[in-house]
Write a protein that binds this ligand. Structure first.
Ligand SMILES: [Zn+2]
Length: 410
């Protein structure tokens, strides 16, 4: 059973019931601020129930192994495709380069639709079912829509996916294969259509549609399970730094919250520092740099790291960095592609957005802000097959040769 109590505003701590709230906290919203909501749990009751036993339940599928700390009340609504349980791969060569004690890569490409979004979608779509939804709507640049489409199919819900011109072929084909109805419009127009669908048709949003991203209150809870898994995979050791690629920082916030809950449950002494990894000009790093309020609005700049960047950052990302003594790093496309190439030469084929975690740590290292001897986790959010277009022209097809060893060696 879950020990969820209700929703709380990350900014002003206003409390709300576990309702379908899609536009953040109404109590503290202004022109320049909109804060996300997050579920709260009865940690004392969880501690009493668990005693010294494991956090996860046995013989439960996917993220629901941690259902005590997830916001779905009736397990009958839980959907799983076996998400989570992803590999943690040591990267000793990268550790030597960075002067780190250890570097690990959490390879989230090993999820059912090949990205960490499956943890989010498992919780979002399950909670939507519990709220009585029949049609989901998602605006997406790729991975998010693919994942929501798969879980919607799994749960017997309709899915409307709104994307923009230039979406990758893999994303388009996957969303359609999973049965989503796909529409293409301008990046700015997507949110307006979504808002209308929510308000006029009663569609349930499975992604952000507010100008300052607030997202739904539930999806980031799926990302907490990355922290729980890391804690188990590292034998109870808490890493010093966890690098996460960010757009609206739901992943970064969720992973930080998972570690914070380990502290609340007496299983860790502190959370790691969180590192938000963005492309150049990203809104979160810009907000921290400007220092005149938590939200920055920036021009949308094209980046090879598709899925990252966005016209404004979220408050939850700022909050997670503030409480974890965290930091932000912005990497160029060239640095992101170099990180992708170097990970591939270690046997990990990440998509550019996922390789931004390594690129971001390198940026901090180059700034002289990375202490020696750290234990670092890079969250690699998705696999390189999702964005082969980023490498078009990088690897040419070899010319056909005569079938002789001499021709081969020539
Ligand atoms: Zn508030």
């Amino acid at each position: 059973m879950t020990f969820v109590l209700g929703l709380r505003c990350v900014h002003c701590n206003a409390r709300y019931p576990l309702a379908p709230m899609f536009e953040g906290c109404p109590a503290c919203a202004t022109e320049s601020l909109a804060s996300g909501l997050t579920p709260e749990y009865d940690y004392a009751a969880i501690r009493a129930a668990l005693k010294d036993g494991p956090l996860e339940e046995e013989r439960v599928a996917g993220v629901w192994r941690y259902r005590r700390l997830l916001p779905v009340i009736d397990p009958a609504y839980e959907l799983s495709l076996g998400e989570g349980g992803t590999a943690l791969v040591p990267l000793p060569r990268i550790a030597r380069e960075l002067g780190a004690a250890e570097v690990w890569l959490k390879d989230e490409s090993r999820n059912p639709t090949w990205s960490f979004k499956d943890r989010h979608a498992a919780v979002t779509v399950s909670k939507a079912r519990e709220h009585g939804a029949t049609t989901l709507v998602v605006s997406t640049s790729g991975n998010h829509g693919v994942s929501v489409a798969a879980y919607a199919a799994r749960g017997g819900l309709s899915c409307v996916a709104i994307t923009y011109p230039g979406v990758s072929e893999s994303a388009r084909v996957l969303m359609q294969a999973y049965g989503a109805r796909l529409a293409v419009t301008s990046p700015e127009g997507r949110w307006a259509i979504m808002r209308s669908g929510v308000n006029e048709r009663g569609w349930y949003p499975a992604a952000n549609y507010t100008d300052i991203p607030t997202n739904s209150a539930y999806g980031h809870e799926g990302y907490k399970t990355i922290a729980f898994e890391l804690h188990a995979q590292l034998g109870g050791v808490i890493p010093d730094l966890v690098a996460v690629p960010v757009a609206y920082a739901e992943g970064l916030y969720g992973i930080w919250k998972g570690f914070d809950e380990l502290v609340k449950l007496g299983r860790a002494h502190q959370t790691p520092r969180m590192l938000a990894c963005e492309p150049l000009g990203g809104a979160l790093g810009t907000a921290l740099e400007r220092g005149n309020g938590p939200i920055a609005r920036v021009a949308r700049t094209p980046t090879v790291a598709r899925g990252l960047g966005g016209p404004a950052n979220s408050y939850i990302g700022v909050a997670a960095l503030a409480v974890s003594d965290g930091l932000a790093a912005q990497a160029s496309d060239a640095e992101i592609l170099a990180a992708q190439r170097d990970l591939a030469l270690d046997g990990i084929f990440a998509e550019p957005a996922a390789a931004a975690s390594l690129a971001g740590v390198r940026v901090v290292h180059q700034r002289g802000e990375l202490p020696r001897g750290l234990r670092i986790v890079l969250v690699s959010t998705s696999g390189g097959l999702k964005n082969l277009e980023a490498l078009s022209g990088s690897f040419l097809e070899p010319a056909e040769i005569e079938p002789t060893l001499a021709a081969l060696e020539a």
